[in-house]
Design a protein around this ligand. Structure first.
Ligand SMILES: NC(=O)c1ccc[n+]([C@@H]2O[C@H](COP(=O)([O-])OP(=O)(O)OC[C@H]3O[C@@H](n4cnc5c(N)ncnc54)[C@H](O)[C@@H]3O)[C@@H](O)[C@H]2O)c1
Length: 438
């Protein structure tokens, strides 16, 4: 695999900056191994202000990385007798890493790249336009990796005329931390590119799951429909609990009753309501499925409430309001204000909903506690067996949700998006949607 000249387009964005960091660290190691060779990682973005943030991000991350990996760096620098203290090694590595990077706002910088990562916003015309320009600019052997969350790879390849030199390489957010990468070859993707993509996964220490090239793929094929189900449930419950109450309620069902890392509305905020809307549009168009739409998502966008993160990683308000990245209130779209969860006395609306939801069934353990518990499977099995037997609003909504989520997962296999149930379940942490709990 040739990493001598790599470009990342959209490098100052959430995903691009993480991909930039992952690639730069590998290239820096190669440079230490072979100092005479010229390596370049070109970080390209049109947003000048964000580029300033990117400089800082890369430097901070490189330092943290070097501190964490001091033992392996010491062996990498074994022949450098002048590097004695840990701080010498850290400084040398950070300089090495910063030294291979070139920043630019013009695509021209990518001209000599053997590999180009595309991570600009999820906008089909923009991605087509950029890939077309890059195809004219770069050599005919250049390979392209796109981080698209939903646009079919074969469609992009065919429209641009890349002749199989494009593969979907769908990192999860944040790319430096998340092990999962969804790999999406199209029918056209060359064997050479497929094997390079697999090799890169190994080098970066990622867990690759292959998806077939159908809009939304496995990850968003499940997430978007799961989110739409939560929205439809919230709409149904709105008359009784109010819009903000129903969102709070469904968020609690998904996080607490279903033992997930975060509630579904927090997850939609994390991904970005704007991104959710973009993916819906792409999936609806390519799958010709008019049910893939949401009035509530469109209304939130019309109010300019979008979620997502600030450049420093802090969560922006969306369906929920955040303080130190923790949700503290729910958005009331009619009044354009947030309904606080806490207060003195505790808000009446919340107490009413929590009481109606009822207690969590016996054996419940929060997701975080379960994660590294070797008895995770037993604990979950006991908990969900208790949930099955429980009654009350919370248990009933949770059972319906489990069943719907499973149905979505099974349909992904039936429709040939996923090759197996295990591939669908591989996207989830504590347990996958295709399970025996329901
Ligand atoms: N955010 C997520 O959780 C997530 C997860 C997985 C995949 N993705 C996918 O990754 C891609 C990027 O998403 P993001 O969330 O990082 O978006 P983002 O908005 O944070 O970053 C996009 C970057 O692209 C830059 N850009 C826009 N037009 C450009 C151009 N013409 N040339 C160069 N740079 C340009 C922007 O300035 C911005 O810095 C999308 O395809 C998205 O679907 C996002």
């Amino acid at each position: 695999m040739d990493l001598e000249n790599v470009s990342i387009i959209g490098a100052a964005g959430k995903m691009g900056s993480g991909i930039a960091m992952l690639i730069s660290q590998e290239v820096a190691k190669l440079k230490i191994d072979d100092p005479d060779k010229i390596y370049r990682v070109n970080l390209i973005d049109v947003n000048e202000r964000a580029m300033d943030g990117l400089h800082k991000y890369i430097k901070t991350q490189a330092t943290k990385l070097a501190e964490r990996n001091i033992v392996s760096l010491r062996s990498l620098y074994a022949s450098h007798s002048d590097l004695i203290e840990n701080s010498d090694i850290i400084d040398a590595f950070v300089n090495e890493l910063l030294g291979v990077i070139r920043y630019g706002t013009e695509l021209e910088v990518a001209r000599n790249s053997q590999i180009v990562f595309e991570a600009v916003i999820e906008d089909e015309p923009l991605k087509l336009n950029l890939l077309t320009k890059l195809n004219h600019l770069c050599a005919k052997g250049t390979l392209f990796f796109t981080n698209t969350s939903s646009i079919p790879i074969g469609f992009l390849d065919n429209q641009v005329g890349l002749g199989g030199r494009l593969i979907g390489y769908h990192f999860y957010n944040p790319p430096v931390v998340q092990k999962l990468v969804e790999l999406i070859p199209s029918d056209a993707t060359t064997d050479e590119l497929k094997s390079i993509a697999l090799e890169l996964g190994k080098v970066l220490g990622k867990k690759l799951i292959s998806s077939n090239d159908i809009a939304g793929f496995i990850g968003n094929g499940h997430f978007i429909r799961d989110g739409l189900y939560a929205i439809s449930e919230a709409e149904r419950l709105k008359t009784k609990y109010g819009g903000a109450g129903a969102i709070y309620l469904m968020n609690r069902i998904t996080q607490d009753f279903l033992v997930r890392p975060m509630g579904i509305f927090q997850l939609i905020d994390y991904v970005g309501i704007d991104v959710f809307q973009c993916i819906l549009r792409v999936m609806s168009k390519h799958l010709q499925d008019t049910t893939l739409k949401s009035q509530l998502i469109d209304d939130m966008m019309a109010k300019n409430v979008k979620g997502g993160q600030f450049a420093d990683g802090k969560q922006k308000d969306g369906f929920l309001k955040y303080e130190n990245n923790k949700p503290i209130a729910t958005y009331n779209i009619e009044k354009n204000e947030y309904l606080m969860w806490e207060g003195l006395p505790s808000p009446e609306w919340k107490t009413k909903i929590d009481t109606e939801l009822g207690n969590l069934p016996n054996g419940h353990s929060p997701w975080k506690k379960l994660l590294n518990n070797p008895k995770k499977a037993d604990i979950l099995s006991t908990y969900f067996s208790n949930l099955r037997q429980a009654s009350g609003l919370g248990a009933e909504l949770a059972k319906n949700y489990l069943a719907e989520s499973k149905k979505i997962g099974l349909k992904l296999v039936k429709d040939g998006v996923a090759n197996s149930e295990a591939d669908v379940n591989g996207f989830f942490w504590a347990y996958g949607p295709i399970n025996e709990y329901i």
